[in-house]
Design a protein around this ligand. Sequence first.
Ligand code: DGL
Length: 257
Amino acid sequence: MKKTNRPILIIDSGIGGLTILYKLIKKQPNCDYIYFADYENAPFGECSASALRKNLLENIYTLNQKHAPQGIVLACNTATAVAVNVLRRVYKGQFIVGTEPAILPAVREGKKNILVLATENTIKYNKLIRAQLQNENINLMTLALPNLATLIEQNIDNLQYLKPVIKEYLIPFISKIDALVLGCTHYIYLKPILREILSTDVKVYDGNNGVVNQICKKSTTNKSGKIYVLSSKASCGINLISAWNLLKLNGGEICAE
Ligand code: DGL
């Protein structure tokens, strides 16, 4: 296949990475995208890191053989934390873009009390979080909400239902923070609820714009602009449709900052 016709492969455990795909096709419509939602191995956040790495490598190998993408995007903080380094070693001829919690933009804007909301695996294995926990100029806090990505999948048509449980977890932090970093692409869907819970002087950050900019810089466009959405579990296709409709309704922003 000619290099210019090669698609970009985007991977997440489910609907999280659609928040990146939506922004990406708006910014760079003239490119082909293959989105793979690995529901079979979801959630990524609470399984063993070695099993997750193995599953990712196997799935990416198969998808790579079949579609020869020009680049691979881990539209998932957890997959990035456990597998981005090994993928960069294996797929040297293709670009690999990962997703990381947007702690640095918060630090650059002078935020001092930063809470990162992420999965257990991201908090455990993300290098940026580990490094910033040592930064004496900021007070970095982390919080893993058990099963939150699964709850978001299950309640994508009625996310307000999750507000009481999220509020309960956030209460101990609410008066202490000036920034909340969403370190999981699934959590982007919670922005409206988080805005209702948090006071207006707490800024909410996510890494999606940075990811989209990096992909656009590294990729080659073509004329066709096709999007293929694949799922390793057919019954979960409905979640992808609901999430896409929600993104369309909100112009991909979910809620204005
Ligand atoms: N969306 C993923 C992330 O950004 C993972 C959610 C999960 O499967 O636990 O971390």
